[in-house]
Design a protein around this ligand. Structure first.
Ligand code: HSE
Length: 307
């Protein structure tokens, strides 16, 4: 294989109670990438359509991820050209940098005859996250590479578990048209917690994981709460409380900040409810006069797809 074209999915990190550990993969929103093997060794980003991002490999999340991978292989002979077609806006909270870094390592791995497993690619893609936000978090790159829901038990050494996804689960995501940099959204978080808060949070995350496996939508609904990050970050998001209230009234199982925001996600049982939730979210932003993009998606159990 000399060339590969792929779909690089958007992802929802944190999923309310799972800051830096939980994530899920979307199906209908994402970037595309074309990667080809060329004579000249090294990595060249030849085209980025849709966003103004650096073409230099060392300054681009896709470039640094592939360079890390080639370094691990001691590969100084192969060369790759990467074209990136961005649909996911940087700073939107649905894993823009993760889509690029995972797509790049996935594509190059395919062209090299798959020396690495999907799990092993996570570590290289995290280099892209480190460049983008200063922290090599894995909660977007893991679901993009593995599909479905993922849990990052640890990052050093890396221990990522793919979880079960309930069959009728849909996500609705609304993106108010402002940019929130992950680094800034991390900066405002507190470094200490009250034990009582931590107890509530780990109760919820344990229950959420159980709910995924048992497909217990009521338990999932009760678990979709974030006592730690949402109360702080929600101030960065226009009409956050109104959107959340509207999601609940429209029948969502729960809602919260997607990744580091400003996108807000809601999970619903069934596509019809997810549609109703989308209408409710739109109504709030239309009323308060906020521009937005909106996406409805089933959870994508596959992750990156070859086109
Ligand atoms: N877990 C990360 C954060 C995700 O919330 O900062 C960023 O997309």
């Amino acid at each position: 294989m000399k060339e590969i074209k792929i779909f690089c999915p958007a992802t929802i990190a944190n999923v309310s109670c799972g800051f830096d550990v939980l994530g899920l993969c979307l199906d209908t929103t994402g970037d595309q990438m074309v990667i080809r093997k060329v004579e000249e060794p090294g990595v060249k980003i030849t085209k980025i359509i849709g966003q103004d991002l650096p073409l230099e490999a060392e300054k681009n999340v896709a470039g640094v991820a592939v360079l890390a991978m080639l370094k691990k292989l001691n590969n100084t002979t192969d060369g790759f050209e990467i074209e990136i077609y961005k649909n996911i806006k940087p700073g939107s909270g649905i894993g823009s940098s993760a889509a690029s870094s995972t797509g790049a390592v996935y594509g190059v791995n395919q062209l090299l005859g798959q020396p690495f497993s999907q799990h092993e690619l996570i570590a290289f893609a995290m280099k892209g996250e480190e460049l983008a936000s200063g922290v090599p978090h894995a909660d977007n790159v893991a679901p993009a590479l593995l599909g479905g829901f993922t849990l990052v038990r640890a990052t050093q050494p890396l221990d990522v578990i793919k979880l079960h996804t309930p069959s009728e689960l849909y996500a609705t995501v609304i993106h108010p048209q402002i940019e929130v940099k992950t680094a800034d959204a991390r900066e405002i978080l507190k470094s200490k917690l009250r034990l009582k808060t931590a107890i509530t949070q780990w109760g919820n995350i344990g229950a959420l994981v159980s709910a995924l496996y048992t497909e217990d939508y009521d338990l999932l609904s009760r678990s979709l709460h974030d006592e730690i990050v949402e109360p702080i970050r929600s101030i960065l998001i226009p009409a956050f409380d109104l959107v959340k209230e509207a999601c609940k009234e429209a029948g969502a199982l729960g809602s919260g900040i997607s990744g580091s925001g400003p996108s807000i996600f809601a999970l619903s049982k069934g596509e019809q409810t997810a549609q109703k939730v989308a209408e409710a979210m739109k109504a709030v932003y239309n009323k308060v006069g906020v521009q937005y993009d909106i996406h409805i998606s089933k959870v994508n159990d596959q992750g990156i797809k070859i086109l």
